[in-house]
Design a protein around this ligand. Structure first.
Ligand code: ADP
Length: 161
């Protein structure tokens, strides 16, 4: 069985994340979306909310599981009985950080393989941070996130939708 771990903050899950998960689900038997607490990033949504949104948005994807990730990624990957990690690459800007992350994780877990996928073109410039910024400034994010996520952002920002 081929199982891959897709770690991230998912604050909140976007159509770009969703696109990657759907692609991975066609390539692997199981895809575990590992939602990091990322307390240092002061997320807009708490861990429980981010888990909840990811589960709802990905409910129809076969072989998917959404779990919290609180410790070190390599420990989580080992505990899940796999050695594969999925990350997304958008523009060139992602490359340096992702390359460093993959390299450091491999130093800690030599048999670790990081698999990179690219999203559909329409999501190449999409990030959770841009979605949060657009929403905070009163913009419409419905092109970038699922209707449920758009609704939760609006509620969080105290706007009626
Ligand atoms: P992190 O805090 O780990 O960067 P994110 O939730 O922002 O968490 O992203 C998780 C992963 O998903 C990263 O590898 C990121 O490059 C990827 N990703 C985010 N948005 C997109 C997108 N629109 N298309 C493809 N990959 C994406």
């Amino acid at each position: 069985m081929r199982k891959i771990i897709y770690p991230g903050t998912f604050d909140p899950i976007t159509r770009g994340h969703e696109d990657l998960v759907r692609r991975a689900s066609g390539l692997f038997d199981r895809v575990v979306v590992a939602v990091a607490a990322s307390a240092g990033k002061q997320p807009l949504f708490g861990l429980a909310e981010r888990l909840d949104l990811a589960r709802a948005v990905l409910a129809d994807v076969p072989g998917i599981e959404v779990l919290p990730l609180e410790g070190l990624l390599v420990d989580f990957v080992r505990a899940q009985g796999t050695n594969m990690v999925l990350r997304g690459l958008r523009a060139a800007a992602d490359f340096e950080f992702e390359f460093q992350l993959a390299g450091m994780n491999r130093r800690m877990m030599p048999d670790l393989e990081t698999v990179f996928l690219t999203p559909s073109q329409e999501y190449l410039f999409l990030s959770s941070s841009i979605v949060r910024e657009i929403a905070c400034l009163g913009g419409d994010v419905s092109l970038f996130v699922s209707p449920l996520v758009a609704q939760r952002i609006a509620a969080k920002l105290n706007r009626v939708k």
